[in-house]
Design a protein around this ligand. Structure first.
Ligand code: NAD
Ligand code: TYD
Length: 339
């Protein structure tokens, strides 16, 4: 039975990818290896506990000893393990260097020994920095703005170098912003939904006109599946949709979906070096036969429904000391500066 190893599989995309893979590949085993940082939830792992094709191992991608036997068993490795929140990277860059850069280096080093296994390094559109006009292609200049995107860009460059220097069979994917179930409620969409459900103000950085390109997480999982199957090693694939939306319009749509007043919107102090727009050219992936199937408005509706129906999941997180202290550190001063 072929084996997929998902590092960082207990977070947002990992939980959705695990479910996707178990459902769509009934002949595969899925192993999740995750450090269980604040961004992971034990409830995510519990979803799959009854499935004999699923197994979970707690560990750090920096720990080669515990990772090696799992890697040796795997046929395909998808690396999702990362520190992922831009605002946290501005407050504490070191953990991003350790996991996103050194952690990926560890995986690449292990792959020098296991060169028969395809390794998908999941990166992000943020490595291109702000794209004021047009779209970033895979060959566009890397121009990261935050410690998060800088460490992801560094990991991409290392991965390319390991392909060229040692023949490590790596493929890099650069996806746009995901939305969907099980996203930790510090990111824009789940933060706004859960704040609205609690009748708390919805913090919008700056003027709210920043644009992100959005993808429903299942479409991202399907793209990873197709890239694993048909992608060429040593290549980079952008994963985009063309669904560009600004933050203020997303806040408005969420409030409308929940029948909450627009007066909950609060403009707060902006993020330093806030990228104005992300936009990807994903023709290369289209050529492999992929395109998104869930339009943005449908994706937002499904995501809102998830948070409405799974209050226990997100309340446990929001009431945890780690979330509360983050919220106070990131929003305390912003709300004071609000207009
Ligand atoms: P997430 O923060 O929800 O999950 C990250 C997971 O990695 C968590 O389960 C965490 O416990 C685990 N982890 C962190 N450090 C680890 C370590 N040292 N060893 C092992 N596990 C560790 O993130 P996500 O949104 O699911 O993102 C997954 C990947 O996709 C990341 O690499 C991110 O850069 C990339 N990505 C995300 C988006 C998005 O919109 N969410 C878009 C493009 C790319
Ligand atoms: P985020 O979900 O942090 O993703 P990223 O910055 O990685 O794209 O933020 C998405 C956008 O929403 C970004 O322009 C910052 C903005 N934002 C707010 O306006 N308010 C918030 O409370 C958060 C978390 C983000």
């Amino acid at each position: 039975m072929p084996v997929l190893l998902i590092t960082g599989g207990a977070g947002f995309i990992g939980t959705n990818l695990t479910r996707y893979w178990l459902e769509n590949h009934p002949d595969w085993q899925v192993i999740v290896y995750d450090k269980m940082t604040y961004a992971a939830s034990h409830r995510n792992i519990e979803l799959f506990e009854g499935c004999p094709r699923f197994s979970f191992f707690k560990g750090d991608i920096a720990d080669r000893q515990s990772l090696e036997p799992l890697l040796a068993r795997a046929d395909l490795i998808i690396n999702l393990a990362a520190e992922t929140h831009v605002d946290r990277s501005l407050m504490d860059p070191e953990s991003f260097l350790r996991t996103d850069l050194i952690g990926t280096y560890n995986l690449l080093e292990l792959h020098r020994k296991y060169r028969d296994k395809k390794f998908i390094q999941v990166s992000t559109d943020e490595v291109y920095g702000s794209v004021p006009e047009g779209k970033a292609t895979e060959d566009s200049h890397l121009n990261p703005s935050s410690p998060y995107s800088a460490t992801k860009a560094g990991a991409d460059l290392l991965a390319i170098a390991y392909f060229k220097s040692y023949g490590v069979p790596v493929i890099i994917t650069r996806c746009c912003n995901n939305l969907g179930p099980f996203q930790y409620p510090e990111k824009l969409i789940p933060l706004l939904i859960t704040n609205a459900l609690m009748d708390l103000p919805l913090p919008i950085y700056g003027d709210g006109k920043q644009v992100r390109e959005w993808i429903y997480v299942d479409d991202h999982c399907r793209a990873l599946d197709i890239i694993a199957d048909r992608g060429q090693i040593g290549q980079i694939y952008n994963i985009g949709t063309g669904y560009e939306r600004d933050n203020l319009s997303i806040a408005t749509q969420i409030l409308n979906l929940l029948n909450k007043p627009l007066s909950l919107i609060r403009f707060v102090a902006d993020r330093p070096a806030h990228d104005k727009r992300y936009a990807l050219d994903w023709q290369k992936l289209k050529n492999l036969g992929w395109s998104p199937v869930v339009p943005f408005e449908e994706a937002l509706k499904r995501t809102v429904e998830f948070y409405v129906s799974n209050v226990t999941w997100w309340r446990e997180i929001r009431e945890s000391p780690v979330f509360r202290s983050y919220y106070e550190a990131n929003y305390g001063w912003r709300f004071q500066d609000s207009r």
